[in-house]
Design a protein around this ligand. Sequence first.
Ligand code: NBP
Length: 476
Amino acid sequence: GIAQIGVTGLAVMGRNLARNFARNGFTVAVHNRSWEKTASLVAEHGDEGTFVPSESVADFVASLERPRKVVVMVKAGAATDAVIDELVPFLEEGDIVVDAGNAHFPDTVRRENALRAQGLHFVGSGVSGGEEGALLGPSIMPGGTRESYASLGPILETIAAKVDGVPCCTYVGPDGAGHFVKMVHNGIEYADMQLIAEAYDLLKQGLGASAAEIGEIFAEWNTGDLESFLIEITADVLQHVDAATGSAFVDVVLDQAEQKGTGRWTVQNGLDLGVPITGIAEATFARALSGGVAQREAARGVLPAATTPWEVTDRDAFVEDVRLALYASKVVAYSQGFDQIAAASEQFGWDIDRGAMARIWRGGCIIRARFLNRITEAYERAPHLPLLLADEYFAGAVGNGVAAWRRIVAGAALHGVPTPAFSSSLAYYDGVRAERLPAALIQAQRDFFGAHTYRRTDRDGSFHTLWSGDRTEQDA
Ligand code: NBP
């Protein structure tokens, strides 16, 4: 074989990934279940580099240098299993199969086990950045064995996005670690988008501002701490005018957000691990609420607001309050997402370097942002930092904004503006910093009805009170 890397699955993502490899000087073997996609890739982009097209899996595998490196970029789920099953009989010990699709991490753990038993390396790799990222440089999150990364890593790092010359690709950890981190990335993306949407709604309802005016505010914010891809495209979207109606584009889009399911996976895993990822959960549920047409229909005009419209008098001060509240809520959402990575890393023995994850998210992916540098720095200061929010930089930045955050959340509640992500982030902040929580009462209740026992503040041990008897306390 002569090709250094192969790609099978040449729909939008695989096609662009193959072009990216070729444009970077790699000889790329290409294959797709149906020949037309392979043929059109070579016909349209064959001049961008060296492609070695094959019609059969056998020829495709034979066209690769050993150890072979095959990137599978097909529809996640059954298609991925089908492609792996077809490839494996042709592969030999030490070959590397990379699943670059959006697999759910437990599937990746299962596949890695099965291929390892056959002497093959299976690398579940998160790839973020959509079509454009795949072509111009995505953020890449490869799992699998460290050994496979030694030969695969340099190729992936070459095609990844670069920030300050540093590739947005690094070894994440064993088996499902790469796809897990990609899942949390997507969960954080949900939270970030919801927070931005709430900020937009606050500005709209508080100021009565037009979409275009709010777009200008976002454009201004994009020059400061909030600078990010999502803020940038928000400014762009808000200033876009619908050609058919002449209205602001955002005002003619139906207010029902859809989802493909990675937010749901992230929340389900947060529940499994017992990590309060409230920002991601609120964002996922907010999309579900928006799509609950029957419920919204039933509530409209029936549930009283019992409030007055928001009339903000000091425009500039209000805009700054919303900005500070957005930043603080965003720090909470990211802090929670990194807690989830830490918990999974511990549970599955993945040893994930959280600072490195923030570093490879600085470019290529949807949540790329200036502020990720601060996260990397925080984990460099303290690699085992138990709470990102408590890092000296973030504690200071959020502390600066906390009065503004309270004004905004209180104002939203007073005037009936739904801000689930802003509000729950503030509740999390107050919960995690509390001297004492009402959890003491919950534990007492649990002991009362279920003899679940409790611990005391004044001495060690577990205790149970005989609630239905003489109420004496026993050692449990
Ligand atoms: P699709 O998810 O639409 O999958 C289409 C590809 O899967 C085609 O090449 C198709 O072959 C192949 N395929 C199917 Br379907 N069933 C197959 C089977 N049983 N055997 C062999 N091949 C089969 O492609 P995509 O939109 O390019 O996405 C690819 C992956 O990337 C997915 O996992 C997706 O979730 C992920 N993705 C990621 C991002 C991102 O931003 N990271 C964006 C979009 C997608 P055919 O041509 O013969 O039908």
